[in-house]
Ligand binder design. Structure first.
Ligand code: PLP
Length: 431
């Protein structure tokens, strides 16, 4: 764990969080580089060292910035992008194009052109039309693209409905019916303009049980057999997506090896039995890399004690920097960073400053006695926090600081008010 309590103060990756709040201002995102690197090392041990063909593509959507992608690049990992904007960020961060993989259920022609121009490593095709589109672009540009098909394995996973993606009724992936997926696979195998490598699935997010990944592998293995028997074609790559769960409050995080070892074992055994060389295996962890590496710091403002009902403690951020509690009831925990050793015997609701009653970060949380000016820290906000932030109420998006060896540096500057109007225009009709 990168958080420590000393002298009544919360430290994160060796840095005094109260001093960070003073020096950089609040609201503020703070990331521990140590923690991120540690996650990659764990994966390297159980997934890469014994299987040199395997790759890890960090799912950039969890948290995407030049600094983050630079760190991922330096760790030797690949990156999974889902938009032109993320692709642009990866290129600008200095990512070698061949280590970029492109997911997404509705890639535009411009995005596909960009991917082909840069000659990125993979496009993961999500729909029947997309293959045609990629072929068209490759013909125009005289290039050939390595592709996988994302399929919907039809397994249920035990998570919130909004983050379940592997069931058949989903906007993601190609349905697994033989009459759909087989001719489609054949078309890709026969194409001169794409190089078909294999399949991809992503069963869901924030999972604590390896069951849905393992079930999905079974489903894919059937398909691999069929493709071998029907077309004499041996796939060379399988992408198992992300979805590995993290600790927000008191969940017990499973190790990467809990997921990855049985997955590799299943695939290796099955491919031996089918008589195909073990494919390159890819995973796309997002949340499990950055969630716990991130901490949000806020300053406490107004406090409203509604007798017999609830005590509201307002902070200087809210749903604009962390929409997950409002969007799907995500639950976090936090402490007053400057009262870290004081008894937590006040039950309060930490709310943001936006004009929405649902702008609540933590509900009925036990904390030390709060006062205006205290620094409140919310744990595990590194994934889908900054990346989902908005300018609602024209609140500015906070900055991000990266920590390493007890030193702190800006990774993203906070927005200023001038950024709020940078793209605004006054139409002639109003002048
Ligand atoms: C969201 C997503 C991921 C990452 O999921 P996490 O739960 O953050 O690990 C990986 N692959 C695809 C295709 C995704 O959509």
């Amino acid at each position: 764990m990168v958080e420590k309590i000393r002298n009544n103060t919360l430290y994160f990756d060796g840095c005094n969080t109260v001093e960070l709040a003073e020096r950089f201002g609040t609201p503020l995102f703070v990331y521990s580089q140590t923690d991120i690197s540690k996650r990659f090392s764990e994966i390297r041990k159980c997934f890469i060292e014994g299987y040199p063909k395997n790759r890890v593509a960090y799912a950039a959507k969890a948290f995407c910035s030049l600094a983050m992608l630079k760190l991922v690049e330096k760790e030797g990992m690949c990156v999974d992008v889902v938009s032109g904007g993320e692709l642009y960020t990866a290129i600008k961060a200095g990512f070698p194009a061949e280590r970029i993989e492109f997911n997404g259920n509705n890639k535009s022609v411009e995005e596909i052109e960009m991917a082909v121009d840069y000659e990125i490593g993979r496009i993961i095709i999500d729909s029947l039309q997309e293959l045609d589109l990629i072929e068209k672009v490759c013909i125009e540009k005289g290039k050939k693209m390595d592709v996988l098909f994302r399929i919907t394995p039809g397994v249920k996973s035990d998570s919130h409905d909004y983050i379940v993606t592997g069931k058949k009724d989903s906007k993601f992936g190609v349905p697994l019916d033989d009459e759909v997926v087989l001719p489609y696979t054949k078309a890709a195998i026969d194409s001169e303009f794409v190089n078909f490598l294999g399949y991809h699935f992503h069963v869901g997010s924030q999972l604590f049980d390896n069951g849905s990944h393992l079930q999905a592998i079974d489903v894919i293995l059937d398909l691999v057999r069929k493709v071998k028997d029907s077309f004499g074609y041996n796939i060379t790559e399988l992408n198992l997506g992300g979805g590995f769960g993290v600790r927000y409050r008191d969940e017990e995080r499973k190790s990467f090896s809990y997921f990855l070892e049985p997955m590799m074992e299943k695939v290796c055994n099955a491919f031996k039995e089918i008589g195909i060389e073990i494919p390159a295996m890819v995973i796309e962890p997002g949340r499990s890399i950055v969630a716990e590496a991130g901490l949000s710091l806020y300053t406490v403002g107004s406090i409203k004690d509604i007798k017999g009902l609830r005590k509201y403690v307002s902070v200087d951020g809210g749903m604009t920097d962390n929409i997950r509690p409002a969007l799907y009831g995500a639950s976090y925990t936090g402490i007053i960073a400057n009262k870290a050793e004081e008894p937590r015997n006040d039950t309060v609701t930490i709310c943001g400053k936006c004009c929405e009653s649902g702008d609540i970060l933590l509900k009925d949380e036990k904390i030390a006695n709060p006062e205006a000016g205290d620094i409140f820290a919310v744990f595990s906000t590194g994934a889908y926090g900054y990346s989902m932030s908005s300018n609602y109420n024209r609140n500015t998006i906070p900055g991000v600081v990266f920590l390493k060896d007890g030193e702190a540096e800006w990774a993203i500057k906070p927005q200023g008010f001038e950024d709020m109007i940078v793209n605004d225009m006054i139409p002639d009709s109003l002048k």
